[in-house]
Design a protein around this ligand. Structure first.
Ligand code: PLP
Length: 388
């Protein structure tokens, strides 16, 4: 029996590209419910998968999509992701990633200065970035995690994993913080609220969770919203949110990266270098981000961010002017909470090609529109929701 070839099949890849452009070109057939014993071949597999993987995917760049923190991605990230999949580098060992490791270092070096940090590394998301920061804080002597009600659930999760108590506080009366790692949220998940970045001044370690809002730092127009972030001990930023990257892509950055990395490193006999951070094997996540920054520059990415901030403001203004709608507060970092004033109408989350997300704030249900989609059309979204 012939062993299936690994060799590069240009026609196959071109077919994948054709299906990407036109996923409905093939017949929608159900996928097998048990693992196929014999393969159908690469071409047939692509044809079978396209209607599912592409055709049924949520279009995050559709005009009606003004919902979650998940953006559409620039096409160059698709191309580079294909390259990195083809090379399958592993940053766990320098033998397996001579360039991918250097690429990650390069991207971290490019971005860390925007946050006043000296370095860091990439993680698959800010959940892991927060866990890594809190781990480093614990190694530096913190024995409890404190955060406000705005904090993302990953702060509590990290405390649990690390065996540290979690205490919910208000920053204007936080109590004794001398043994605490304080997680300050810059861009609350439900509201986009940016907490005071000079909060928790007495804490043992100050971590800013800027998973959502961190990229504002790249925009000369909006950077000042995060002034003070440079005094943190660590900063988490999700690149797969407002840096328009494919998942899973985020950064954990440290004020003293050398010391922090040392404190979260473990030696392994089979590794040439210590294993830094939470992950074992991991790939060249930095490559699509490097490509995005090279292709469009910091200025280009900042323009996308500024544009989406404007879309959030437009959405807010349209809601304010509409007699049947109300907004909770003006958007601070591109997140708008809004709803129909007549609460007897159920809250619409998905209708007529329009998508908004929902959340609960202080026990009240709200719609939540996050400015992650540069192609969103605020007028369309408002009209459909207002019509109920
Ligand atoms: C403020 C905040 N922190 C952390 C996270 C977790 O980030 P990720 O989904 O990248 O793991 C989120 C996700 O929405 C978030 O909004």
């Amino acid at each position: 029996m012939d062993v299936p070839p690994f060799s590069f099949d240009r026609d196959g890849l071109e077919k994948a590209l054709d299906l990407l452009a036109n996923p409905s070109a093939t017949i929608d057939t159900p996928l097998p419910v048990s693992a196929p014993t014999a393969g159908v071949g690469t071409s047939a597999a692509l044809e079978m998968l396209a209607p599912h993987l592409l055709g049924r995917a949520r279009d995050l760049g559709a005009p009606g999509f003004f919902a979650h923190m998940d953006p559409p991605t620039p096409w160059i990230t698709w191309a580079v992701s294909q390259w990195t999949a083809s090379r399958n580098q592993n940053l766990l060992h320098p033998d397996l990633s001579p360039m991918a490791g250097a690429m990650e270092q390069l991207v971290v070096d490019w971005l860390a200065p925007f946050f006043g940090m000296t370095g860091g590394h990439m993680t698959p998301g800010s959940t892991v970035a927060n866990l890594t920061a809190i781990w480093a804080a614990r190694e530096a002597g913190a024995t409890e995690v404190v955060a406000t009600h705005n904090a993302h659930l990953s702060a509590k999760k990290a405390a649990h994993i690390l065996g540290m108590p979690f205490r919910q506080v208000e920053w204007d009366r936080p109590g004794d913080l001398s043994a605490s790692v304080a997680v300050i949220t810059a861009g609350g998940t439900s509201t986009g609220h940016i907490e005071p970045l000079d909060a928790a001044s007495g804490a043992r370690w100050r971590h800013v969770d800027a998973a959502w809002s961190g990229p504002l730092r790249l925009s000369p127009t909006h950077s000042q919203l995060l002034d003070g972030i440079e005094h943190a001990d660590s900063v988490a930023v999700s690149a797969h949110k407002w840096l328009f990257q494919p998942k899973e892509s985020a950064l954990i950055l440290f004020a003293d990266a050398r010391a922090a990395h040392e404190s979260v490193s473990v030696d392994g006999a089979y590794l040439a270098v210590p294993n830094v951070g939470v992950l074992g094997s991991h790939g060249a996540t930095a490559a699509p981000l490097a490509a995005t920054l090279l292709a469009y520059g910091v200025d280009g990415v900042a323009q996308w961010i500024d544009h989406t901030m404007n879309l959030a403001e437009q959405l807010y203004q349209l809601i304010e002017r509409h007699p049947e709608l109300e907004a909770r507060t003006p958007p601070q970092s591109g997140v708008v909470n809004w709803r129909r004033i007549d609460r007897s109408h159920p809250i619409t989350a998905a209708d007529q090609g329009v998508f908004v997300s929902t959340t609960t704030i202080e026990g009240e249900p709200w719609l939540r529109s996050v400015a992650a989609n540069p192609m969103a059309d605020p007028e369309l979204v408002v009209n459909v929701v207002a019509d109920g």
